[in-house]
Design a protein around this ligand. Structure first.
Ligand code: HEM
Length: 342
């Protein structure tokens, strides 16, 4: 959320943190708790007639409405402050930073309340999705010492020891960290199902689908399909690396089929590799707009952690992927960090 606050409000805006550290009373924590309530109540409402629940004012609906209202109030507070600041900067001819400043200058038709709702929407979409995905990556790294050592060595080749930060250029030179993130999102897509209403008559996989049909696409199933991903249930980030060790690009093969144990089984029946077998951020006009922010945030965090620490997990039983509106870990991640001594 701190990163999202910087993107939206400009650097230095802390969304309730004190001197860069969270405190119990911060808005960050309050907002994160509200997001959880919004997700859990939405999950309950999504299995019932939500419109009827709203009319009757059921307890689930009231809890949902209250969480949304409180979340919007927190955002309104920050947005109002930022808008006042930007207006003063603009009046004084000073430079401005952040997406909110851009919306104010370029979006003549965007009202203040709409900006509040856009900001709330972005925080909702950004926070838990990235946090849950990062937890899975840490969990897998914590369980696999050999992978962790390979990653630490790759990061150390790109980033001098003792360096307090990692630049995006340095990160570019560590394809394995991108591969770890891709593999995490393949096995644990936080939004495992996409729902759409078909706009016009169409044919999908040989089936005629009339306009108006509700469609549910399981990203979870396709990214665990052995036709596209050999050993689909294993966490194998190297499957995303090209034979020369470079990372797969945006159009890269989800499982190139040439790499070690995975050789030969990466292609669809047509002999072509399937670019859409793994789509954790969906695609097209309603695809995730935060893909780059999320990927970068995860890559940076993992690279910085393994650069300095040995990660371990104290979870006693294997964690399962379970649905709580979004896909989450069944157990709380119990992560240990020790200064790296290798
Ligand atoms: C690992 C992290 C993330 C994952 C896996 C993820 C995944 C997705 C997916 C699958 C969708 C499409 C949902 C659908 O079509 O039904 C989506 C939409 C969206 N995401 Fe993300 N997301 C992540 C992080 C973020 C971040 C960091 C932001 C904000 C910066 C964000 C903002 C959005 C927004 C605004 C939409 C709605 C786009 C629209 O409907 O036009 N997401 N995300």
């Amino acid at each position: 959320m701190i990163i999202m606050a910087a993107v939206l409000f400009g650097p230095g805006q802390s969304f309730g943190w004190v001197d860069g550290a969270p405190t119990e009373a911060t808005d960050t924590r309050r907002f994160a708790a509200l997001v959880r309530r919004i997700f859990s109540t939405s999950a309950a409402l999504s299995t019932t007639d939500a419109a009827a629940a709203a009319r009757r004012g059921t307890p689930e609906w009231r809890e949902f409405e209250q969480a949304v209202q409180e979340g919007l109030d927190i955002c309104r507070n920050y947005v109002e402050r930022k808008l006042t600041e930007v207006e003063a900067q603009l009046a004084a001819g000073e430079p401005t930073t952040g997406i909110i400043a851009e919306m104010l200058q370029n979006g003549e038709d965007v009202s203040r309340e709409e900006i509040v709702r856009i900001v709330a929407d972005l925080f909702l979409a950004a926070g838990d999705t990235t946090a849950h995905s990062t937890s899975w990556a840490l969990y897998q790294l914590g369980r696999d010492g050999a992978l962790q050592r390979r990653l630490a060595a790759a990061v150390r080749r790109a980033v001098p020891a003792g360096s307090p930060t990692i630049s995006s250029e340095q990160l570019e030179r560590v394809p394995l960290v991108r591969a770890v993130v891709k593999e995490t999102l393949r096995l644990y897509p936080v939004a495992p199902f996409l729902t759409r209403l078909i706009q016009s008559d169409t044919v999908i996989g040989g089936y005629h689908v009339p306009a108006g049909t509700p469609l549910c696409v399981s990203l979870f199933s396709s990214s665990r399909d052995s036709r596209y991903f050999p050993a689909p249930l294993q966490f194998l980030p190297e499957r995303w690396l090209r034979p020369d060790g470079r990372g797969a690009g945006a159009a890269g093969c989800p499982a190139h089929g040439q790499h070690g144990a995975l050789a030969g089984s990466a292609h669809t029946e047509s002999g072509l590799r399937h670019r859409h077998a793994c789509m954790p951020f969906a695609g097209g006009v309603r695809g995730c707009i935060g893909k780059r922010v999320a990927e970068l945030q995860m890559q940076l965090l993992l690279a910085r952690l393994v650069h300095q620490f040995q990660l371990g997990t104290e979870n006693r039983r294997p964690a399962q992927f379970v649905m709580r509106m979004v896909g989450v870990m069944s157990d709380e991640l119990q992560l240990t960090l020790r200064p790296r001594d290798d």
